[in-house]
Design a protein. Structure first.
Length: 212
């Protein structure tokens, strides 16, 4: 068993010991799979709804998201519902996944911070006909991550800022921001710099190439 499968299985066993609605299984290829019910609760911890899901270990877990599938056929398998053609859920944009997984994730944290919000959003659409918080699927959603993070739709400018983040140390908090806005760094792109700077250089270079 590779290390990714071993870690996933160990974390899945812990979840199963704490939550009896989950069980651990394996595919014919010996890939560990967590199967169970994701229960949505309101602020008073009352049950709202639940979704039957399976969570399949990825080859390089914990440095990429596991694959999540909704099992009861409630969510249509199409891009408009943020589901890939093979049936696994589009949990986040690619850049966000890379950032979140840069130092590794835990299975419980993934379920709490990614899977639960995903199904809350699906429930909202079932009830109201649209997502409460929606990022586009695919490349458009990846671009939206960058335009939201850098607060501009100018992709050339974003690429230049990414190059700065890759090549230079963090500016002084009272220095002018590297985006040339004239604002102080602490009031401009500090959050973007700190979010992206920990990434490996080749990842930031890939982000730059993606924008061109």
């Amino acid at each position: 068993m590779n290390t990714s499968f071993h870690l996933f299985e160990a974390e899945a066993k812990l979840i199963c010991s704490l939550f009896p609605e989950f069980s651990l299984s394996k595919t014919e290829q010996d890939v560990p799979v967590l199967i169970g019910k994701v229960t949505l609760k309101d602020d008073q911890q009352n049950d709202i709804d639940s979704y039957d899901v399976k969570v399949v270990c990825s080859d390089d877990y914990p440095f990429s998201f596991p694959y999540v599938y909704e099992l009861a056929g409630r969510i249509p398998i199409n891009i408009d519902w943020h589901v890939y053609p093979d049936g696994h859920c589009c949990i986040s944009s690619v850049p966000e996944e890379i950032i979140l997984c840069n130092k590794g994730i835990t299975l419980q944290g993934f379920i709490d911070n990614q899977v639960m919000p995903y199904f809350f959003n699906q429930k909202y659409r079932e009830m109201h006909g649209f997502f409460l918080k929606e990022r586009s699927h695919g490349k458009d959603g990846n671009l939206e991550f960058f335009t939201d993070t850098f607060k501009t739709k100018d992709l050339d400018k974003i690429a230049l800022m990414l190059s700065f983040i890759k090549d230079y140390d963090e500016p002084n908090r009272v220095a002018n921001c590297f985006c040339n806005s004239g604002l102080k760094y602490r009031k401009c792109h500090r959050d973007a710099f700190r979010l992206l700077k920990p990434l490996p250089l080749d990842v930031i270079e890939n982000f730059i190439s993606f924008l061109k």
